[in-house]
Write a protein that binds this ligand. Structure first.
Ligand code: ADP
Ligand code: MG
Length: 705
């Protein structure tokens, strides 16, 4: 249950519901079971949508899939029994209030609820809301929402459930719409007009929120007085939510800037030699990013930058160039990868590209058996220039003497806390975070608001093409035949299986079974098996022959998702593809099409699974990660796309409005202004903001893990 942040201790909002006139005991009990006990609890429980029940239908009933709202009078009631053991159905025949005796009739039906005969009686006036059905010319409405108008014009009854824009709440347990609605209504009656302090700074008198405050927004979010005010209320509350989020982001950013960095500039000799030695020229986007990073490293403020580029856009080269800049400036540079496989891959590249420049490269991973070739170099005095490793890097300072730059690959596997920890170790090194998760531009500010962003928005023209197809899994024999042909032409392939469950035990299940099947299908070619339950050494024993072309196909779970680079692999079959998110499929597919040969990705789905087919269609259409991310955003909403990035913070209630960049920008600007005016948030009006901006406990918790 979400709370209303920032409620003063003496607020009337702490009043228990039992003290609120109009909320009867059984409603209070119902709410209590769902932990809604106070006025604040009810008001925090915002409706997730509204129905426009303002317009009462005139004098006629007609069948429609769209619910309608009517003011009626009860002509006749009765309980009907069908069969001896069934409960009775209650029926009430009604007419529009103003209709004459010959007016059109509608039958309201409550199945199995004969007790309704004690609630609804002839002569009552009701407001009803529901769908009208036509059964052989007889019009009926089943289980309508209703409100009894007691004598004369009961304005309040009309106001709560019908004749207005009516709130619809998410319900838990035994709660009913009516109970929550009545409770919210009466709760709002007992609080003063200004019942809660504003968290947002005073809105501008001429802006879209002129005249608005938090109390009004909450009021209008429950019981809007118009469609426009509902919209403004939701935007106000969304802005408030984003503001609180940005307070943390801005605070984090200010901390980094205050942590005192260093200016690093080199003479460019190493970077130039490195780039000249590459078998290809940098793309314009790569060159631009190298330049941006250089400029940032040269400035006195610590760098905290995101290198954002689709899979295969060539981030590694940019990272290496940045690291060389640090070395030119006399410092060490570290590259941290999320897995051992990736750390080793980076180390191989570093040895190939950097050792010829006279640099010492060390590989440091958590594995028990160190890759000896790396460590031997440090028996002497000379410390390595370049450190490459996994998390282990963070915990081992034997080789570190002057760390100027840390590059973190595939940031989504890294926590904020780890970054914080790095920064805490001695003088703050510059930090470059690389991610291959294409974040729609509309979301970058939200997710990476504390980072500057360099985007590689262009792929190297390698001339290879990936063809993607969605196929029913009954076509697997054909697919096997195709893969054999590719293998016989000297290529290799990946065969990916989804995790059945997040749990370790089941992790390998499908892949192990798939390994047997593909072993038979591809005989006599060699098929390897890779899954998350293997330890680093076992994984390496599988990866090595695959990398070297001795294993022809690799069955795996999603452990190959991130960063693996085997240019000779041209085929990828993804089983049960419907179970993957688009972003993940895109990441997986990025493992092929890395060499000179045309590549093929097939997404297998259940026969006739139309939903999966539609879901995956975009994958056939494009290999542009940003377009896929936008599509993902459109389908699943920002809340889901955000995923990990948001972990550690409460889920955003107004996540769907995140795609509204203007609102996010406003929130950001407000948060920055708040800190400029009051860096410690110590003014009385800012005290309530402190828990949002400062995350001591949060950080402490993450670091313990
Ligand atoms: P990612 O951005 O996914 O980490 P990598 O850095 O692994 O991509 O690069 C993908 C492949 O493209 C690598 O094999 C790399 O050597 C190659 N590559 C990088 N930059 C270029 C370029 N400018 N021209 C041609 N190939 C390049
Ligand atoms: Mg990479």
């Amino acid at each position: 249950m979400p709370d209303l942040p920032g409620i003063a201790a003496d607020s009337p909002l702490h009043r228990p519901l039992r003290d609120v006139p109009g909320i009867v005991a059984h409603v209070e009990r119902q709410l209590g079971k769902e932990d809604i006990k106070t006025v604040a609890d009810v008001l925090a429980h915002l409706p997730f949508r509204h129905e426009d029940r303002i317009r009462m239908e005139g004098q006629t009933f007609h069948a429609s899939e769209t619910p309608s709202c009517h003011r009626v009078i009860v002509m006749k009631t009765g309980v009907k029994f069908f069969g001896p053991r069934r409960g009775g159905n209650f029926e009430a025949v009604v007419q529009h209030t103003d209709a004459n005796a010959l007016g059109q009739q509608l039958t309201l039906r409550w199945w199995g609820m004969s007790f309704m005969s004690r609630v609804i009686a002839e002569g009552q006036e009701l407001i009803i809301h529901g769908k009208i059905k036509d059964w052989k010319g007889r019009l009926s409405m089943d289980h309508p929402e209703y409100e009894i108008l007691r004598g004369g014009d009961d304005d309040e009854a009309v106001t709560i459930h019908a004749g207005r824009i009516t709130p619809i709440y998410r319900l838990g347990g035994a709660l009913t719409q009516k109970a929550v609605r009545v409770a919210a209504w009466h709760a709002l009656q007992v609080v003063p007009e200004h019942f809660i302090d504003d968290l947002l700074p005073q809105p501008k008198a001429d802006g879209e929120f002129a005249g608005w405050n938090r109390s009004r927004a909450i009021r209008e979010a429950h019981f809007p007085t118009s469609t426009e005010s509902l919209d403004t209320a939701r935007r106000y509350l969304a802005l408030e939510e984003f503001y609180l989020y940005q307070l943390r982001v801005v605070h984090r950013r200010r901390e980094v800037l205050a942590s005192g960095g260093r200016s690093m500039t080199g003479d460019g000799s190493l970077v130039d030699a490195f780039i000249k030695g590459l078998p290809f020229a940098l793309t314009d986007a790569q060159s631009r990013c190298v330049k941006e990073i250089k400029a940032d490293m040269a400035s006195k403020a610590p760098m905290n930058r995101l290198l954002h580029g689709d899979v295969g856009s060539g981030k590694t080269v940019v990272a290496f160039a940045s690291m060389l800049t640090a070395v030119e400036a006399g410092a060490q540079a570290a590259l941290m990868a999320p897995t051992q496989i990736l750390a080793e891959q980076h180390a191989r590249n570093a040895r190939k590209w950097l050792e010829p420049l006279g640099l010492r490269v060390a590989l440091l991973t958590g594995a028990k058996k160190e890759d000896g070739s790396g460590m031997e170099l440090w028996t002497g005095d000379a410390k390595p220039h370049i450190l490459i490793g996994t998390h282990a890097l963070l915990h081992d300072d034997r080789l570190v003497h002057d760390l100027g730059l840390v590059v973190i690959d595939e940031q989504h596997k890294f926590g904020v806390a780890q970054r914080a920890k790095l920064i805490q170790q001695g003088t703050a090194p510059d930090v470059l975070v690389m991610t291959a998760t294409p974040i729609p531009r509309t979301l970058t500010l939200t997710i990476y608001g504390d980072l500057d962003v360099s985007t590689i928005d262009q792929r190297p023209q390698t001339g290879t093409k990936i063809t993607t197809a969605v196929r029913s899994k009954s076509k697997i024999e054909d697919a096997a035949k195709f893969l054999r042909e590719q293998i016989e032409a000297g290529r290799q392939g990946y065969l990916v299986y989804p995790l059945i469950e997040e749990s370790d035990k089941l992790d390998a299940g499908a892949a192990v079974k798939g390994h047997k099947e593909w072993g038979k299908l591809l005989k006599p070619h060699k098929v390897g098996l890779l899954h998350g339950r293997m330890d680093a050494e076992e994984k390496d024993d599988v990866m090595k022959p695959f990398r070297e072309g001795d294993t022809h196909a690799l069955v795996s779970t999603t452990v190959i998702e991130v960063g693996v680079d085997v240019p000779n692999a041209t085929v990828m079959y993804i089983h049960d593809a419907g179970r993957f998110g688009l972003a993940q499929l895109h990441q997986l597919r990025g493992r092929i099409g890395r060499g000179a040969h045309s590549s093929y990705c097939v997404l297998f789905i259940d026969d006739k699974d139309e939903e999966a087919k539609e879901h995956l269609a975009i994958m056939e259409e494009t290999s542009d990660g940003f377009r896929i991310a936008e599509e993902d955003l459109r389908r699943r909403g920002p809340g889901n796309v955000l995923g990990h990035a948001q972990s550690g913070q409460a889920p955003l209630r107004f996540a769907e409005l995140l795609a509204d960049t203007r609102l996010v920008r406003t929130a950001r600007a407000l948060a920055e202004r708040t800190f400029e005016e009051d860096p410690q948030l110590s003014k009385p009006e800012h005290l309530a903001l402190r828990p949002f901006a400062f995350e001591q406990r949060e950080v402490a918790k993450e670091m313990m893990q």
